[in-house]
Design a protein. Sequence first.
Lengths: 405, 260
Amino acid sequence: MTENKPNSFRTQPDERGHFGDYGGRYVAETLMPLILDLEREYRAAQADPAFAAEFDDLMKHYVGRPSPLYFAERLTEALGGAQVWFKRDELNHTGAHKINNCIGQILLARRMGKTRIIAETGAGQHGVATATVCARFGLPCVIYMGAEDVKRQSPNVFRMKLLGAEVVPVTSGGATLKDAMNEGLRDWVANVHDTFYIIGTAAGPHPYPEMVRNFQSVIGTEAREQMLERTGRLPDLLVACIGGGSNALGLFHPFLDDADVKMLGVEAAGHGLDGDEHAASLLGGFPGVLHGNKTYLLQDEDGQITEGHSISAGLDYPGIGPEHAWLKESGRVEYTAVTDNEALEGFKLLCRTEGIIPALEPSHAIAAVADRARQMREDEIILMNLCGRGDKDIFTVAEKLGVEI
Amino acid sequence: MTRLSTTFARPHPAFVAFITAGDGDTAANLDALVAGSADVIELGMPFTDPMADGPAIQSANLRSLGKGTTTADVLQIATEFRARHPDTPLVLMGYANPMIRRGPEWFADAAFNAGVDGVICVDIPPEEDDALGPALRAKGIAPIRLSTPTTDAARLPAVIAGSEGFLYYVSVAGITGKQQAAIDSIEANVSRIKQSTDLPVAVGFGVRTPEQAAEIAKVADGVVVGSAFVDLVGEFGEKAPAKLQELTAAMVSAMKAAKA
C-alpha cells in the first residue's frame, strides 16, 4: 500500500518569492534590478561549497556555535509538567541569534563587491550584530534606528558606536523600527551602486525572507541533531517569540516536515489584544503590503500602518515575515500572544529558576512555555529558542518594576 | 482617445503637477495648478510609510494624515475635481497598501467612478502586477509605470509591457525632492526608452525650477514637479494657491519657450 505523504512545508517560497499569497517583491523600480541581482548572487553562493565553508568556519570560531542545548531542570520542576529544553542562542557572540544572519549577509555583500553596509534596528540587537560583522570585515556601516528606540536602548547605541558604526536616529513617523526600515530603504535606493542592505529579520522583498530563514536555520538544524543525540527523539512542541520572526523560523524550519512536532509562535500582546497597544500582526492584523512584501500588518481600514507596542523594542514591528503568514494560514504553526506583564513574569521566572537573564523578547516565549508545560505530561518535551540575553533590557525591567539603578 | 492621450498629443510637452491630497485646501490648490496651465494633475494618496519620498512629501503625507484624511476623502477630492475640470487628466499616485486594502477591484471601481485616468503605484513593480494592474485595466484606468536609471535594457520591455498613458522616467536613483540628474543622462535615458515604446515619457524627481523644467522639456514629452509644490503648500497653507499658480505658470512658460 502506498503512503499518501503530505506536501512538504519546506519548499517555499516559489520562484517569484511567494509563500502562498504572501511575500513577493513589492519594491520601487529603482530597487528591482538590485533585488534580482541579489537573488542571482545568493543562488550562486548557495551552490558554492566555499561560501558554506566560510560561513560554517565563522559560525564555529567567531560566533561560538553550535550553541548548547540545555535541559532546564529547575524550571521544569517549578512548572510541574513537560520537560523544558532551551536552545541557547543567547550565548552567541553579541548575545542573540541576529549574528547568524549578519555573518551570512556580509559574506554575500563581500562576494558582490559592495563596499558600504546599511541596516535598520529596533532593540539594537541587529544593529549591534551588523556593526560587529562590519568591524570584523572592515566595511563602513550606517545603522538606522528610531529616535524612540535610541532612547530606550542606549547601551546598544553605545555598543554600535564602539564598533565603529554610524547610528542615525530616525525621527519620522513614530520614530521606531518601521520608520528606521523606511529610512534604510531610502538610503538604499539612493546608493544602489555600492551599498548592501543587511535586513535583520525574515521579511522584506524576496529573496530576503528566504535568505534570512536559511541563515538562521542553523538554529533548528543543530537543535534537531542535539535533541536526537541527547534524548533519542524529537521534541513534542517548539516555542519561539516573534517580532519579524527570524529566530522562530530558524528553529521551526528544519522541523516543518516532522509531522509530530507541534510549533507555537508567540507574538507580543503589549497591553492586551483587545486594545490597540500590541504588536501581534498575525492575531490582530490584516494582510497588506509594506516594506517589500505582502504579509499581515497592523493597519487601519484605509491601509494606514499603525504603531505596534511592546515592552520589548525588538517585537514592536507592525508586520511579520511572510512565511509566518503562510504557516498560519496552512495551520502548520499555531500562534498565540503574551502581554507585557506576562513576559515580565517569564523574565523573572527564568532569572530565579535557572540563573539566566533572558532578553524581553524570549521572555514572551517563556511565558507561553510556562502555560503549555503545565498542560502537558512529564514525558513530553518542549524546546524553546532562548534567542537573546537580557543585559540590554535591565534598565527597562528596572523601570517597570519601579526600581532605580 | 483618452484624456491622457489627448493631452500628450498636443504640440508642447506636458507639465505634470503633483500635490498630496488632504494637505492644505486641496480643491483650491488643484484649481490653481489648472489655472496656471498644468496639463496633468497627479494627486498623491497619503500613506504613513512613504518609503520612496524625501522629506518634503513625507511631511505632506503626515500633515494630511494628521488632519484625518481618509481614502474616501481622497476619492471625494478627485470626484469634485473631475466635475470642475472635465478635460484635465487626473492621476492618483501612492503606495500599494492603501490602494489594495479593500481589494484591487474595489479601488479600480472607486477610482473609475471618481473620474481618475491613471494610477501610479510606487511599490508594485511589473513582477507583482497581478496585485492591481488587471483590475485597473478592466476599468480603463491607465497603470503608469516608473522607469529608473537602474532599469537596464533587459528589464525595460517588462516595464513597458502593461504600462499605459505615459511612462514616468525617474531621473535619479533616489527619493523624491532631492538632487537632479545631469541633463545628458536624462536625454540618453529618455531616447533609449523611446526606441522601445510609443508611450509618451515624462521625467520627474528632483525638478524644482522653471530652468530645470525647460531643459528637460527639450528632450522629453512631459515634466513632473512635486516636492516644489508640496513645499509651497507646507509653507503658505491657505495662501498657497496664488503661489502654486505662479510657479506653474512660470514652469509652463519656460518649457514652451525652450521648445519653441
